[in-house]
Design a protein around this ligand. Structure first.
Ligand SMILES: Cc1cc2nc3c(=O)[nH]c(=O)nc-3n(C[C@H](O)[C@H](O)[C@H](O)COP(=O)(O)OP(=O)(O)OC[C@H]3O[C@@H](n4cnc5c(N)ncnc54)[C@H](O)[C@@H]3O)c2cc1C
Ligand code: SF4
Ligand code: SF4
Length: 370
C-alpha cells in the first residue's frame, strides 16, 4: 500500500471532489475537520505519511491486499464479494419496536453484540434534523435511538477514531461500503505501528447505491419545507421512485430523479454495493419493506448471527432465488459501471510514481469490464 500525507490527500481526493465525507481522516489530529458535509484541512501539515491518507477509501486502495488479509485470496471481482451464506432477516421478539429502516436487522445485531459483551461500544449514525450525526453508543437499548437510514453521507468514522482514542477495545461499527473499505484499511495497521491493536470487533456493512451530499440536500429541502419541522425522511423500495419527507402527520413526495441530482460524483466511482469487507452485510429485501437481506461473510459474523437467532434477537430464513438473482444483478451492474468509469479516467493501477484510486490485478479489471 502506498502511503502519503495530508497534502496529497487534499490534492488527490478533497480538491478533486472525490471525498465522500466518511470521517476516517477526522479526530486523528487537530487539522482535519468535518462540518455539515464538508471535510477540510484547517491548518497546513507537512507530515509525509499519515493515517489520514492511509485510511481514506478514495485513494490507493489495494483490493488484492485487503482481500488477501480478510479472505485469504486475491480480489476476484464477483458482484457480492466473498461470503458464506445469504438470507432474509428481521429483528426477533427480544428486540423492542423502533423506527427501523426495514426489518431492524442492523439494530438487532448491534443490540445483541452490546448486550452479550461481544462489543463494548457501537459506532452508529444518529440525526439532528436531517443532518447525520456520528455517535458512540455503549448501552444495548440505546442502539435503537440511531435506527433508520439517513440518506446523506455521514462522517461516521470520526466516531470510530474517537472510540479508539477513548480506548474502547471491542468496537462494533455500522457503515456504508466506502466506510467499510476504510475500516478494512485501518485494521491492516498501514503505518506498521508497533503498539497497534485491532480494536474493531464487528463490522456490519450496509448496502448502498448512492448517498446525498448534505451541502446540496439542505438548501434543496429548505426551498420546499421548513427544515426544522422534518420528523422523518424515507425512500420506499422500488418501484416507487420517490423520497418521502414527513413533518409529523404531513408528508411531501419528491421524485427520486430530482434527488439523484444531489448525489456527489464520487459515488459513481464506487465499485461496492454490499460492503464486501464487512463481517455481516445488510440491505433491504425487494418487495418486503419489513425485512432485510443479510449476507454473512466471516466466521465471526456467522457466530454472532447464529447466537442472535438462538437468543431471539434475530429471525432468518432462506432467501428466495429471484431476490438473490436481482441482488447479484444490481451489485454486478454497479461494480461494472464504476470500474469502467474509473478505468477510462486512468484511476486504476496508475503508474508507480502516480497516485491511483484502486489497485488490483489487471486481469480482474478486464474480467469485470469485459
Ligand atoms: C446512504 C444509504 C444508502 C443506502 N442504499 C441502499 C440501497 O441502495 N439498497 C439497499 O438494499 N439498502 C440500502 N441502504 C441500507 C438500508 O437503507 C438499511 O440501512 C438496511 O437495509 C438496514 O435496515 P435495518 O432496518 O436493519 O436498519 P436499522 O435497524 O433501522 O438501522 C439502520 C442503521 O444504519 C445506520 N445508518 C443510518 N444512516 C447512515 C449513514 N448515512 N451512514 C452510515 N450508517 C448509517 C445507523 O447507525 C443504524 O444503525 C442504504 C443505507 C444508507 C445509509
Ligand atoms: S478519509 Fe473520508 S472524509 Fe477524509 S478525505 Fe477521504 S473520503 Fe474524505
Ligand atoms: S455509493 Fe459508495 S461512495 Fe457513495 S456513499 Fe455509498 S458506499 Fe459511499
Amino acid at each position: 500500500m502506498k502511503i502519503f500525507g495530508p497534502n496529497e490527500l487534499l490534492e488527490a481526493v478533497i480538491n478533486k471532489n472525490l471525498c465522500i465525507g466518511c470521517g476516517a481522516c477526522i479526530h486523528l489530529c487537530p487539522y482535519f475537520r468535518s462540518y455539515k458535509g464538508k471535510t477540510a484541512m484547517l491548518f497546513p501539515c507537512t507530515l509525509e505519511e499519515g493515517r489520514c491518507f492511509a485510511y481514506c477509501p478514495k485513494i490507493e486502495v489495494d483490493l488484492d491486499e485487503l482481500s488477501q488479509q480478510y479472505f485469504g485470496r486475491s480480489y476476484e471481482g464477483g458482484p457480492l464479494g466473498n461470503y458464506l451464506s445469504i438470507h432474509t432477516a428481521q429483528a426477533g421478539p427480544k428486540v423492542k419496536k423502533a423506527s427501523f429502516q426495514a426489518g431492524g436487522t442492523v439494530s438487532a445485531l448491534m443490540s445483541f453484540a452490546l448486550a452479550k459483551g461481544y462489543i463494548d461500544a457501537a459506532v452508529l449514525t444518529d440525526k439532528e434534523g436531517i443532518l447525520p450525526v456520528p455517535r458512540v453508543i455503549t448501552d444495548a437499548d440505546e442502539v435503537l435511538t440511531c435506527s433508520s437510514s439517513k440518506y446523506s453521507a455521514s462522517p461516521t468514522l470520526s466516531a470510530l477514531n474517537q472510540a479508539m482514542t477513548d480506548e474502547y477495545t471491542k468496537i462494533g461499527v455500522v457503515a456504508t461500503p466506502c466506510q467499510v473499505l476504510s475500516v478494512a484499511q485501518m485494521r491492516m495497521n498501514p503505518l506498521e505501528k508497533e503498539d497497534f491493536v485491532d480494536s474493531v470487533a464487528l463490522v456490519v456493512g450496509l448496502f448502498c447505491t448512492w448517498a446525498i451530499d448534505f451541502r446540496t440536500f439542505a438548501p434543496f429541502i429548505s426551498e420546499r419545507v421548513d427544515i426544522t419541522t422534518i420528523t422523518k425522511v424515507d425512500i420506499p423500495p422500488p418501484p416507487s421512485e420517490i423520497m418521502e419527507v414527513y413533518m409529523g402527520e404531513e408528508k411531501i413526495e419528491i421524485p427520486l430523479n430530482e434527488i439523484r441530482e444531489l448525489v456527489p460524483e464520487t459515488c459513481s466511482y464506487c465499485i461496492d454495493m454490499t460492503s464486501e469487507f464487512s463481517d455481516i452485510s445488510v440491505g433491504v429485501l425487494e418487495g418486503r419493506p419489513d425485512m432485510n437481506t443479510l449476507i454473512i461473510r466471516t466466521d465471526r459474523g456467522q457466530k454472532i448471527v447464529n447466537e442472535a437467532v438462538q437468543e431471539g434477537y434475530l429471525v432468518i430464513e432462506d432467501i428466495p432465488e429471484e431476490n438473490l438473482e436481482h441482488l447479484m444483478w444490481a451489485a454486478g451492474n454497479k461494480k461494472k459501471r464504476a470500474f469502467a468509469k474509473a478505468k477510462e479516467e486512468g484511476m486504476i493501477n496508475a503508474e508507480e510514481d502516480k497516485k491511483s484510486y484502486l489497485r488490483l490485478q489487471p486481469k480482474t479489471v478486464k474480467e469485470i469490464t469485459g
